[in-house]
Write a protein that binds this ligand. Structure first.
Ligand code: C2E
Ligand code: CA
Length: 511
């Protein structure tokens, strides 16, 4: 067992470490790539903004423009003073009227995309390079100043240690012109290879356009970021894996030890019955008993059910505990039960008890053994837990009904089944929860009306009613006026151990 636990802890550590580092690696790489995409888009916007300022600073052009040596000097001076402009010209529609350098280009595609007041942007492919040429033009009357911008290679700004692994595109969707989204720039690596395994998009919007900056990389590009961070993700996932493994270790120890503790207690008959009387409130006569489990530990400590039953139910141990307690109960009744007249002994069951015929076989054998004497067994099932297969449960219950074991609905009005359980399961008795009894005498209490409704429903349906948790005379009186005769609660008695129960009630109800 210990060995299995150690192997499980090690396996959890290993799996969390491996998958954790991979996941953290991806998260960090993704973050870094996103940051790079933002850097690139901000740089480009800065290029354009600064260059546009430089163009706007030039003197206005008039229709009688002439290309003089002063104009050329002014255009050259602009290049000298500007950080990003490397060529300037004055143009009319498609013709260069004057330029800083005489370089021949095909200007057909210029001035297509409006990106600001009197400001346009265009891109031209370059035959001799995988970089594109970016132009800005600033309209001044009928003419315009045009500038070629220094190419922005992503490598200048972000880490790229691989060839043809990155693509960086900018698409401009003009809001005020009729152009659909147009890719204005495809920077970088025309020979992009492989699939896009990572893509980050950043959008900028102003009153003229929406620009979408897309950075895409292939496996090689992603790997280069991942390898930058392997020690960070390794470090984080090491501690994460350690934390998960330690938490699992503690959980196994706590859970496993309670479990084995309970198994041990079953073996040593530590789950014993306490008996709480159900009294006829009109005659003060004892009519039956609810059997309530207690855990009497080896040192004599008595543990109440709310401290172990929820765990036992979730750990699937409650069924075996019930058998263990019933063994003790059968012995108690066998030893002392002859002192009292016939009673029902109600035991609490859970839906799992109806999943097979084990309980039925057990109780049938118990009845046949004669240990119960003149007494009867009754089952209580709570409405608080749902019964998933009502048809199967009913089939099993019919076997019980055939041997005179009836079914009471515990916590009636508090749970899932509502009153559909009554019909579908063949309930004989409703046990009204203490929560409703507590409302007796409380003015304008909604639950008191519910109490009355439950009682009236029970009467109309021919069901018996047991009021649980009755503590005061006032509650007893009210219940009696409502026709509820069967009372269980501290007003008459707390749950008692076998000795006390049989001693107290033998004289009271001796036959
Ligand atoms: P329950 O079935 O609703 O049992 C009634 C609970 O109300 C018992 O608590 C009982 O002692 C308490 N009670 C009865 N009259 C009064 C009263 O006048 N005032 C107050 N304050 N309490 C009253 P107990 O024995 O602590 O049991 C708690 C719960 O544990 C039970 O609620 C039942 O759900 C569960 N339980 C007990 N024994 C078993 C068992 O053998 N099997 C299963 N599956 N559950 C059990
Ligand atoms: Ca009960």
């Amino acid at each position: 067992m210990e060995r299995i636990k150690c192997v499980a802890v090690f396996a959890i550590f290993f799996v969390v470490f491996i998958f954790g580092s991979k996941a953290i690696d991806n998260i960090i790489a993704d973050e870094l790539i996103n940051r790079d995409a933002s850097i690139l888009s901000e740089k480009l916007i800065m290029y354009i903004r600064d260059s546009a300022e430089d163009l706007r600073a030039l003197p206005a052009l008039d229709d009688q423009f002439e290309c003089t040596s002063e104009t050329r000097a002014l255009l050259r001076k602009t290049i000298f003073q500007s950080t990003f402009i490397r060529w300037t010209a004055v143009m009319d529609n498609l013709n260069v009227l004057c330029s800083s350098e005489d370089i021949v280009r095909d200007y057909d595609s210029l001035a297509k995309h409006k990106i600001g007041e009197n400001l346009n942007m265009a891109v031209m492919d370059k035959d001799d390079s995988d970089l594109h040429e970016l132009f800005l033009s600033h309209n001044s009357g009928q003419l315009k100043y045009v500038a070629s911008i220094v190419p922005m290679n992503p490598r200048y700004f972000v880490h790229v240690y691989c060839e043809d692994c990155l693509e960086y595109t900018i698409t401009i969707d003009g809001l005020n012109d009729n152009l659909a989204a147009v890719p204005v720039l495809e920077f970088g690596f025309d020979e992009f290879e492989g699939a896009h395994v990572v893509t980050e998009k950043i959008t900028h919007k102003n009153e003229y356009y929406i620009a979408t900056f897309t950075l895409s990389g292939n496996e090689e590009y992603l790997a280069q970021y991942q390898s930058l961070n392997w020690w960070v993700s390794g470090f984080i996932s090491f501690w994460l894996a350690l934390g998960v493994a330690v938490a699992y270790w503690y959980w196994r120890n706590a859970y496993g030890s309670t479990r084995s503790h309970i198994r041990n207690a079953i073996k040593h008959n530590e789950f014993i019955p306490f008996f709480q009387p159900v009294i006829n409130g009109n005659t003060n006569e004892l009519v039956g008993v609810e059997v309530l489990m207690r855990w009497r530990q080896a040192n004599g400590d008595l543990i109440p059910p709310n401290q172990f039953i929820p765990f036992a139910e979730s750990a699937g141990l409650i069924v075996d505990m019930t058998y263990s307690m019933l063994d003790v109960m059968a012995e108690d009744i066998h030893k002392m039960g002859h002192q009292v007249k016939p009673l029902f002994f109600s035991i609490n069951i859970v839906p799992a008890h109806l999943h097979d015929d084990k309980l039925y076989v057990y109780i049938k054998a118990l009845i046949a053994s004669g240990k119960l004497g003149q007494h009867r067994i009754s089952l209580e099932i709570t409405e608080r837990q749902p019964i998933t297969d009502l048809v199967k449960a009913r089939q099993m219950l019919d076997y019980f009904y055939a041997i005179d074991v009836d079914l009471k609905l515990d916590d009636a009005g508090m749970g899932y089944g509502g009153f559909s359980y009554v019909q579908k399961l063949g309930i004989s008795t409703l046990k009204i929860d203490k929560a409703f009894i507590d409302t007796i005498g409380v003015k304008d209490n909604f639950n008191e009306k519910t109490l009355d409704a439950i009682i009236s429903f029970a009467k109309k349906s021919g069901l018996s009613v047991i009021a649980e948790g009755v503590e005061t005379e006032q509650q007893l009186t009210y219940l009696k006026t409502q026709g509820v005769d069967l009372i269980q609660g501290y007003f008459f008695s707390k749950p008692l151990d076998a000795d006390d129960f049989f001693e107290h009630y033998s004289s009271l109800v001796a036959s």
